[in-house]
Design a protein around this ligand. Structure first.
Ligand SMILES: CC(C)(COP(=O)(O)OP(=O)(O)OC[C@H]1O[C@@H](n2cnc3c(N)ncnc32)[C@H](O)[C@@H]1OP(=O)(O)O)[C@@H](O)C(=O)NCCC(=O)NCCS
Length: 190
């Protein structure tokens, strides 16, 4: 049976190993799991970590500072005073792929954001080089996310600066695209 819940400290090394394989070397760090300002959930099967999702909430000021390209793309859709929920990263051990783990993790995070009344949730879907859509697209669509904009080579500069190694591109720069996915109950059309 698969269980979902807040990340247990003793499973962080296993979660980092899943992150490294699925999202790339140095992309996710220990602090991503321990930062009290983040919402982080794990999926566990027989006490073994098999996946995780990270999220956070941002004021519109933080949103503008942390994700300037996305803020610019959405400024007409999102009211300036609104708090934004963010789906950060999601990854599942490939041995368990296609078993509903990613879907379950996303559900746990969105339930928490719904509980906190975040009406707008954003996610940058990683579209690997050469892929026609982000791997998360099917799950995102099931939860009502809409693809709003595509950012070519979104992580190019960041991957060079921070030195992370994309599983698809190898050594920096990462040349994958990002698709901005928005789940918004009260947005205006752009
Ligand atoms: C993307 C990723 C997290 C998906 O995890 P997963 O556990 O394999 O996904 P699931 O089994 O929940 O979903 C697989 C498919 O079944 C569907 N599905 C899941 N639960 C379902 C349900 N209860 N009923 C019907 N369909 C369901 C999903 O919509 C998805 O559809 P798709 O084939 O159109 O994509 C995983 O493949 C991964 O770690 N990829 C590499 C990292 C990555 O790309 N992360 C996303 C960054 S934005």
């Amino acid at each position: 049976m698969i269980q979902f819940g807040p990340v247990a400290k003793e499973r962080i090394p296993a979660l980092l190993s899943i992150a490294e394989k699925q999202l790339g070397d140095s992309y996710i760090r220990v602090e991503d799991f321990t930062d009290p300002d983040r919402l982080v959930y794990e999926a566990v099967s027989e006490k073994k970590a098999i996946g995780f999702v990270t999220g956070k909430t941002l004021s519109s000021e933080d949103f503008r500072t942390n994700l300037p390209k996305v803020f610019e793309a959405l400024s007409r859709r999102i009211h300036a005073s609104r708090m934004i929920g963010i789906v950060g990263s999601i990854a599942v051990d490939s041995l368990y792929s296609g078993s509903g783990v990613g879907y379950g993790l996303m559900g746990v995070l969105l339930d928490e954001l719904d509980r906190k009344s975040y009406e707008t949730v954003l996610m940058l879907g990683w579209k690997k080089r050469g892929a026609s859509r982000p791997e998360i697209a099917g799950i995102a669509a099931r939860y009502g996310f809409e693809a709003v904009r595509e950012f070519p080579e979104y992580w190019k500069e960041e991957s060079q600066k921070l030195g992370y190694r994309c599983p698809s591109c190898g050594d920096p720069p990462c040349l994958c695209d990002a698709v901005l996915l928005v789940r918004c109950k009260v947005c205006k059309d752009s």
